[in-house]
Design a protein around this ligand. Sequence first.
Ligand code: CP3
Length: 355
Amino acid sequence: MSTLKNDTFLRALMREPVDYTPSWLMRQAGRYLPEYNATRARAGNFMALCQNPDFATEVTLQPLARYPLDAAILFSDILTVPDAMGLGLYFAQGEGPRFERPLREEWAIRDLAAPDPTDKLGYVMDAVKSIRKALDGSVPLIGFSGSPFTLACYMVEGSGSDDFRTVKALLYQRPDLMHHILEVNATAVTDYLNAQIEAGAQAVMIFDTWGGMLSNRAYKEFSLAYMARVVEGLKKESEGRRVPSILFTKGGGLWLEDMAATGCDGLGLDWTIDIGAARKRVGDKVALQGNFDPLCLMGSPESIVREAEAILESYGNGSGHVFNLGHGINQNTPPESVDLLLQTVRNTSPKYHVA
Ligand code: CP3
């Protein structure tokens, strides 16, 4: 077992003392980086990047070579899981993800099964192992999955959507079928994350990108309940250390107390909520991750520094904060703005951690 040279991120998630507020950024490896676009061109397309462990390792490390980041995140996608279930993921040029065979028929829903993650998703586990080796204990590696509900959104809709009306129609017309999909997804996500942990992931995050579009009751019944099931089934320790889990529901500010009650270690916050107010609500139950508006990176240097400092100040003194964006980085983001943001957090945050 290699000891970590920088475990600030893992310590902050456990609310243990740290010297500064650690940071990483959602989608930190991506199209805003010219070196990512160059590797993607060599690989041919996005899925080829994910499926080749050498390419996946290369792009995972790219943002770490540029910026003072405290964690790496596995380069992959949440939609690898439904792809492994046989839905046929593809990315049409200039469009988002699509499935060849969306779940529309009752028989197809009844036939759905959780994939063996070491078989059809073996390329993800190979990427985790390869990235861990390349990191050589510099910073921890985060594994991830989509939430059962967010995966179901793409599986039923067959693509992204403005309103997800097909999946919402199913949820209201045939809640039994929706629950069946979510049960299978919860098993698939639990197995997939545990396989990532076994392969070397040192923390895991569940992305619930679309849970926030649900009504209060529907969120609890169709998204939160299944994330709670996943958290309960996760391997809690690996290599002699806690493997913290982070739940992120975009637009989930209303439900922080309920999310914290699942037993996860951290909550991701989008930018619509004041992080200091969120801290008061969850107390010492969980750490908080966030919550800089990704489009503030399009602002002036002064506005970037001001916003970053305001978030640190709002969280206040003590551990339990992982600095991040409130959602994935926009592809038009100037790379130098990201540098300014991360330098600001690294340089400003130590004063919140003096004993
Ligand atoms: O954070 C990271 O750097 C790790 C990699 C990562 C990707 N996708 C790479 C990616 C992670 C954590 C994801 C998660 C993901 N994927 C989510 C949940 C988080 C979120 O953003 O809400 C969702 C909903 C998806 C599904 C998905 N994948 C969409 C909607 C798209 C197209 C949108 C877009 O930005 O083009 C993807 C493609 C994708 N996944 C890209 C990357 C870098 C862009 C692909 C490319 O290079 O063309």
